[in-house]
Design a binder for this molecule. Sequence first.
Ligand code: HEC
Length: 111
Amino acid sequence: MIALRLFALTLAGLAMAAPASAQSASAKRGEAIVKANCAECHAVLRTGESPNAKAPPFRTLGQRYKLDDLQEALAEGIVVGHGGADMPHFVFEPAEIDDIIAYLKQINRQR
Ligand code: HEC
């Protein structure tokens, strides 16, 4: 619990340190969505470890997936059953999915 709280504080600190101007409005909304829905298990920023060690940090998703394919997976109700029984089932609006993908593309800058 304490570790989780520390993690949340770290997230908040990093978010404030990030230069706002470097982000598109869409990616910004996407960041808010994943922070609210996914950060419980996944590392959703450019740095940091996932709270759930089995959940891949979002900044590495681009190495395993084409992010545009992920868009489809999200539209279909996300990677069904991912993470096992405690994985909530997400349903997002198309506009929200665009925002999430915009954000993921930003933190997965092709290296
Ligand atoms: C309750 C914990 C939890 C939450 C909340 C969660 N995830 Fe996950 N997620 C996992 C775990 C654990 C894995 C690794 C699953 C595996 O490898 O079997 C995973 C894997 C993934 C993967 C890779 C899937 C794969 O097949 O390798 C994607 C993409 C993903 N999550 C997206 C999301 C998004 C987007 C959100 C928020 C909308 C989210 N997750 C919220 C636990 C979670």
